[in-house]
Design a protein. Structure first.
Length: 307
């Protein structure tokens, strides 16, 4: 499969851009930091917050599967909290919904004890030091043992954790070019990864393949998976509904359409920001300047390849 490597080389050229432990090795009694909290999402499913992103745990007879691992600085306390609340003594599976440090901070701690699942592009990005927006400080590379060891490309994959059927699939070129959703079908819990935020605007990491219309397409895919009773877990912020996903998809379609017109008018990023194409959504989402800047720049590789 040459595409991920070729695209990666193209993007990098254009932009210029702990010890292994299991939960069983942690003490049974401990105190967690006040920033960590959890809530039940149903039988054998929990949402953990305060580790840098939303983390979902699914318990089965073998231990726990985690969707995302939080920041490295929060990893030890997060895993202790997971042990306490689920009663499981090990993490056997870890999903990385994309490559950013908020999602991959437990990779080194769980390397060798958990299967790490991700899109192949996520594994490839973790081979390099890459700038993390918006501060653009470099992150990576992760040691080879801490990179995902089970990857996929296009097709969705079905698996089972205990009596919970699970589907995970690719959301192409949305927030990054390696975004993954994880859907716990029996519990009707859809974990969206980076394309969805319920706590301010999402990042569009155009340096690693994200773009505004891919974000729109990702929301359409997620809307198609959900029903009116689905608990939608975004990358950040409170649990959402299908109606919330629909509203965000329409918002991105509106903003993306405006940005496309501005691109055809040969406007620059500062001129586009001044036009405030996302102003109508700021009451709910917050100041939009950074998001508009990233979204507009994300069009360059699609609508203005010579820019």
């Amino acid at each position: 499969m040459k595409y991920p490597l070729d695209r990666r080389s193209f993007i990098k050229t254009v932009t210029g851009a702990a010890a292994v432990v299991s939960l069983g090795q942690l003490p049974a009694a401990f105190a967690t930091g006040p920033q960590l909290s959890s809530q039940s999402l149903g039988d054998n499913l929990w949402l953990f917050t305060g580790a840098g992103c939303n983390v979902v745990a699914c318990k089965d007879s073998d231990g726990v599967a985690l969707v995302d691992g939080g920041l490295e600085a929060q990893s030890k306390e997060l895993l202790r909290r997971v042990q306490k609340d689920t009663g499981a003594d090990r993490v056997h599976t870890l999903f990385n919904t994309h490559w950013h440090p908020q999602q991959t901070g437990s990779n080194e701690r769980l390397a060798g004890t958990a299967t790490i699942i991700a899109h192949e592009n996520t594994r490839l990005w973790l081979e390099y030091a890459n700038p993390v927006p918006p501060q653009n400080k470099p992150y990576g590379p992760l040691p080879a043992k801490a990179r995902p060891d089970k990857t996929f490309y296009w097709d969705s994959v079905k698996t089972q954790f205990g009596d919970e059927p699970v589907e995970y699939g690719y959301l192409p070129q949305a927030h990054t070019d390696g975004d993954v959703y994880v859907f716990f079908r029996k519990s009707n819990v859809l974990v969206t990864g980076g394309p969805v935020s319920n706590q301010g605007w999402p990042i569009i990491d155009y340096r690693t393949g994200g773009w505004i219309m891919g974000l729109d397409d990702a929301l359409k895919t997620l809307v198609g998976l959900a029903d009116d009773n689905t608990k939608v877990v975004p990358a950040n912020g409170p649990v959402m509904t299908k109606a919330d996903l629909v509203a965000q998809q329409r918002m991105y379609a509106d903003i993306g359409g405006q940005l496309g017109r501005f691109m055809r008018q040969s406007l620059g990023p500062d001129e586009v920001i001044a036009k405030a194409p996302a102003a109508a959504y700021e009451a709910k989402m917050g100041d939009s300047k950074l998001f508009v800047d990233q979204a507009f720049r994300s069009l360059w590789g699609h609508m203005a390849p010579d820019a």
